[in-house]
Design a binder for this molecule. Structure first.
Ligand SMILES: Cc1cc2nc3c(=O)[nH]c(=O)nc-3n(C[C@H](O)[C@H](O)[C@H](O)COP(=O)(O)O)c2cc1C
Length: 331
């Protein structure tokens, strides 16, 4: 059965979503994920304060492209009126939906009353969400965690109350705020939310899916409507096509060859420069090389060059050396 968000976003059967990730899920990275079959994507989270101040960094994150659809813009903040205003600004950018972040655990977000901190004040979370829902004609979705800490796992209540005021889908990361990214994600409460007969909106599971096997097993075990993948896609956008292929055929795809790794890394670099300009594009691409070539023996010397070179032609020469020198390797 097809999964729908609101009336107009049809994600097909059991969609795979790219998780919003600050400094990662920008247009260049989204391009390579889209090429590899992801069903829906989100921007990095965008500060509502930044949007209202018209901060260039926040505004730039509103850039979305037609080929990316369906795509959601994710916002966060602590002030209800500012969240309302930023929902209006986001609506003008014309995404397919607006997503609210109630999951971010990092101090300068959660300790300033935004992100996961709203899990400590469900009434405020509900009021904030309602303000956003009322400010836009677009579907509004939410991404959150199981709760603030072990003794306050309230996502079951959160799901009911947010559905009641009109959100159209909920993505749940199977950790509490206190866990940050430690330990293992626990999807059993995600299943409880999904099995709540009151819940009609799609429930997406998130946290630690990093292989075809896990995606298949957890789909079965936790009965979610789709899976959201973050870290495992960094340097490995093929994870989407591999999981999709397995679901469609029951067969495993081979992993990417070195040539494919080089091709996708080059595309990512090109898109990065196109969107960010030479200097920033080259600089921000540096964090990705090691991920694209994980498992290659003695990659260090190539990596050193890749993260030092300033000229795109020289970087491409190194990437082509990798293609040539590791043609026989299975990474
Ligand atoms: C580098 C990084 C940046 C992140 N930025 C965001 C963000 O902007 N918004 C958000 O909702 N979650 C953010 N997250 C959390 C992820 O969306 C996701 O919930 C988490 O990584 C667990 O999923 P995974 O195990 O598939 O990575 C971020 C995670 C990482 C690793």
């Amino acid at each position: 059965m097809s999964v729908k968000i609101g009336e107009h976003i049809d994600l097909g059967e059991f969609p795979l979503l790219l998780a919003p990730m600050e400094d990662v899920s920008d247009p260049p990275f989204r391009y390579v994920c889209k090429q590899n079959g992801v069903d829906m994507m989100y921007t990095e989270f965008i500060s509502s304060e930044g949007l209202i101040r018209d901060a260039a960094k926040s505004r730039q994150k509103l850039d979305i492209f037609e080929y990316e659809r369906p795509i959601g813009i994710q916002i966060f903040g602590s002030d209800i009126e500012h969240m309302r205003q930023s929902a209006e600004i986001c609506t003008q950018a014309n995404p397919n939906l607006i997503d609210i972040n109630y999951g971010c655990p990092v101090k300068n977000v959660a300790c300033r009353g935004a992100g996961a901190s709203l899990l400590q004040d469900i009434d405020k979370m509900v009021a904030m969400t309602k303000a956003v829902v009322d400010a836009t004609h677009l579907p509004v979705t939410v991404k959150t965690r199981l709760g603030w800490d072990d003794s306050t796992k309230n996502v079951y209540e959160v799901a009911e109350r947010l559905q009641d005021i009109g959100i159209k889908a909920l993505a749940i990361h199977g950790r509490t705020r206190a866990q940050m990214y430690k330990g293992q994600a626990d999807w059993s409460m995600i299943r409880d939310v999904k099995q709540n007969p009151r819940i009609k909106i799609p429930i997406f599971g998130n946290g630690d899916v990093d292989s075809v096997e896990k995606a298949a097993a957890w789909r079965q075990e936790y009965q979610v409507d789709g899976i959201m993948i973050g870290r495992a896609s960094i340097g490995y956008p093929w994870i989407f096509r591999e999981i999709k292929h397995f679901f469609q055929t029951g067969e495993r795809l081979e992993g990417p060859t070195i040539a494919e790794r080089v091709d996708v890394c080059r595309t990512h670099l090109t898109k990065s420069i196109e969107w960010k300009g030479d200097k920033t594009g080259i600089f921000e691409m540096r964090r990705h090389y090691a991920n694209y070539f994980k498992g290659i023996p003695n990659f260090k010397e190539y990596r050193m060059k890749l993260v030092e070179l300033q000229d795109v032609n020289h970087i491409i020469e190194v990437l082509e050396d990798i293609r040539h020198n590791f043609a026989e390797e299975v990474a």
